[in-house]
Write a protein that binds this ligand. Structure first.
Ligand SMILES: *Cc1c(COP(=O)(O)O)cnc(C)c1O
Length: 401
């Protein structure tokens, strides 16, 4: 234990627990040599974009990994989401969770489709199928589920509502690459699923995304839409956009994908260490993964119950930041509290009690290669210290304010 008195806390003038900041979401780069090899190759080839060999190789490998018939790589996850909504012909209203990254809603609003915010399940943090049912109107055309933190949605219940009410479903699987659900890989649920390969994601392409689907016609349509609607030289048959992935991005993606096994192992060890260290600490719950399934363990998600832990989540985050531990309040305060939704739907929170509660409790902790079990032990030691000294710390912070 590195803190022996309250005055040792960095927020109260002590020395930070870590001399250098440890981040949430340090990128998985893989082998730098392989990356530079590929970069040299693609420069030698002079084929920098437009469905180059690395993009096609990445698409093949992602289809293999997810066990899907088609993978279409794109410039980022947000454009992939926009194209997904358009390719499925969504219009009017689409039901989405508010507890997600803002792009899940923006992909709809950007094309004048109204996102209707749905509450989540308390334990899984994923969209609640019962709430979906209550939000359906004659204008509803679809549902976007988000496998938040790599936790799969209740896909069976969502499929049941959707088929009963004639709605299209697709999934924002930005967090769920390499995850399985009921023995089936994520990628095979709904009409299609969307991945993001942003630098902070599990596999990174600098910027990148992809749609996977088992529907041949839909795949064809998406391929055209991401390339301006070109169906061959001089022949445009749809309204399209430029959603193409570049070769350098695919080269990064292939390299990052090769490092994935190692990355999962590191994250899994970190998750296990956090879980064991925090097991009996009052008011701290680490989100569990279903150990019977494949997981990527990308996020360490902690829920803080202020009443039990004795320090509220926001104060905790300030204390951690002072110790150079970059904890984050992901996805606070919920998309419904961000513009333009906040102005458009000022009363949205009334229908989102669990979203509001969870958004006020969650903090994500550092993992990935920036962290090892020893660092996890020190972070968790700090949590125990905070809990044991909660009354004194609260008083000292009040005095310091
Ligand atoms: C990262 C993310 C996106 C957006 O992906 P980009 O590749 O950054 O455009 C969408 N949805 C969720 C849930 C995300 O985490």
């Amino acid at each position: 234990m590195n803190k022996s008195s309250i005055g040792d806390l960095a927020i109260l003038g002590g020395t930070p627990l870590f001399s250098e900041t440890i981040h949430v979401g340090k990128p998985n780069i893989g082998s730098r040599d392989r990356l530079f090899e590929r970069m040299n190759d693609l420069l030698d080839r002079g084929w920098l974009t437009n469905n180059g060999p690395y993009v096609r190789e990445l698409e093949r490998k992602l289809a293999e990994l997810t066990g899907t018939r088609h993978c279409i790589a794109m410039c980022n996850g947000t454009v992939a989401l926009e194209i997904a909504a358009r390719a499925l012909g969504l219009s009017g209203e689409v039901i989405v969770p508010s507890f997600t990254f803002v792009a899940t809603a923006h992909c709809l609003q950007w094309q004048e489709i109204r996102p209707v915010f749905c509450d989540i399940q308390q334990n899984s943090h994923t969209i609640d199928p019962e709430c979906i049912e209550r939000l359906i109107t004659p204008e509803t055309s679809g549902i976007i589920g988000v496998h938040l933190w790599g936790t799969p949605c209740d896909t069976d219940a969502i499929a049941a509502v959707a088929s009963r009410r004639g709605l299209k479903v697709f999934y924002d699987a930005s967090h769920a690459l390499g995850v399985s659900h009921g023995g089936t890989m994520i990628g095979n649920f709904g009409e299609l699923e969307v991945f993001s390969f942003h630098a902070t994601k599990f596999v990174n392409c600098f910027e990148g995304g992809a749609i996977v689907t088992n529907n041949d016609d839909l795949a064809e349509k998406i391929r055209l839409m991401k390339n301006f609607g070109f169906a061959g030289m001089d022949n445009v048959i749809y309204l399209g956009t430029n959603g193409k992935m570049s070769e350098p991005s695919a080269a990064m993606g292939l390299t990052s994908l090769e490092g994935m096994g190692e990355f999962v192992a590191v994250n899994k060890a970190n998750h296990l260490a956090y879980t064991e260290h925090l097991a009996n600490l009052a008011g701290c719950r680490i989100l569990e993964y279903d150990e019977n399934q494949k997981n990527n363990y990308q996020y360490i998600v902690l829920e803080i119950e202020e009443q039990e832990f004795g320090i509220d989540r926001n104060t905790l985050v300030k204390i951690l930041h002072a110790e150079n531990i970059r904890a984050r309040r992901y996805f606070y305060p919920g998309v419904h509290r961000m513009e333009p939704y906040r102005t458009l739907y000022p009363d949205a929170a009334q229908g989102l009690p669990r979203t509001v509660d969870v958004a006020n409790k969650v903090v994500t902790l550092p993992t990935g290669k920036a962290v090892d079990p020893d660092a996890v032990g020190r972070i968790c030691g700090l949590f125990r210290f905070l809990f044991q000294n909660r009354d004194g710390i609260r008083a000292a912070l009040k005095r310091a304010a």
